[in-house]
Design a protein around this ligand. Sequence first.
Ligand SMILES: C[S@@+](CC[C@H](N)C(=O)[O-])C[C@H]1O[C@@H](n2cnc3c(N)ncnc32)[C@H](O)[C@@H]1O
Length: 373
Amino acid sequence: MLEGELYSLGVSTTTKTEGGIGFSVPWSTMYWINLKSHIASRVLWEVGQSAYKTEHDVYKAAYALAWPDWFTPAQTIKVKVSARRCSLPSLDFLTLRIKDAVCDKFVAATQLRPSVDTERPNIKLDAFLDQSTVTFYVDTSGEPLFKRGHRMGSAEAPLKENLAAGILRLAGWTANDVLLDPMCGGGTIPLEAAMMARQIPPGISRNFAFERLLVHDAQRWGHLRESARAEQVAQAPAAIYASDLNPAMVKIAQRTFQGAGVAINIQLKQSNILDLEAPAAKGVMVINPPYGVRLSRSDELESFYPKLGDWLKQRFAGWRAYVLTGDARTPKLIGLTPSKRTPLFNGALECRLYEFVIVQGGARRRLTPSTQS
Ligand SMILES: C[S@@+](CC[C@H](N)C(=O)[O-])C[C@H]1O[C@@H](n2cnc3c(N)ncnc32)[C@H](O)[C@@H]1O
């Protein structure tokens, strides 16, 4: 999903890395991706790579980099080290050595050393080690990109914004499709959809770490932001519906939609999912129900899912429904055969996104005692 999005944002060649995508672009495309990616968590600028055998090799490689060209000793830093198949015993010690190398470099160049702030650093530095190579990065995003700066209040078990956007893409939803999220909680899914439909860049309301770098081109950034604002459209091409049983969640979603400027594009109400009628002859529904591990008791879910299956079948023929759940019994309990299942991680929870194509009287599998084992 991310790779496809990057191509649409001006990247021409990519390489897949562990948990990410590597690419080479002009600085302004990096601004554009930070501003407009719905799916990325962060954009890291690779500033150096070196072979290593010992901790001292890592120190020397970090010391060799031109840190004082990129930020000042008045800015606070945080170093994060991750590794895969690295034979050195302590990542904590490596973190310390890299921090020392950066600070020693500043002292040599300016007689001043940056302070460490592990909570809210101005500049985040990343290092990744495999068996033989260490790679250094400066984080250009700062706060992770899924923090759009729109959340109001704390919803129960909210999805990360970039997971919600990825689910919409996996569902094949486009701005021309009617969308319904009948268990919307804090409204993450409809909010992402409305921003996509109105071409509002997800990062338009927030700041980025690249703005704090010495190599930042404020004028270019200003132009890019303005051109992205100018692409926005006032209306979403198709209706977006959201509802939740819990009035407190509906209130949080309402305030979030208002804060993001998309309240007029989302028809929001309080309702039990099972009382809803289909608002259109066809559309895409995304459901992120509470599930045993996180929210409700699992026996409640066992009695709820068969009702959900009947509701889909009786009222939503013509729709595609996508259910995100960590409960592997879901298709059986719903009594519908999924046409697709995509593994996804919701935080640390391994989930599946099940696709159900709802047709009148079809694709139905009633539970019988013999199929329940
Ligand atoms: C996992 S949360 C959804 C989180 C949401 N996707 C977000 O990102 O904020 C599940 C939601 O289902 C709602 N819910 C539970 N039972 C419901 C029902 N019968 N009808 C409608 N909503 C219900 C809960 O109030 C809760 O907000």
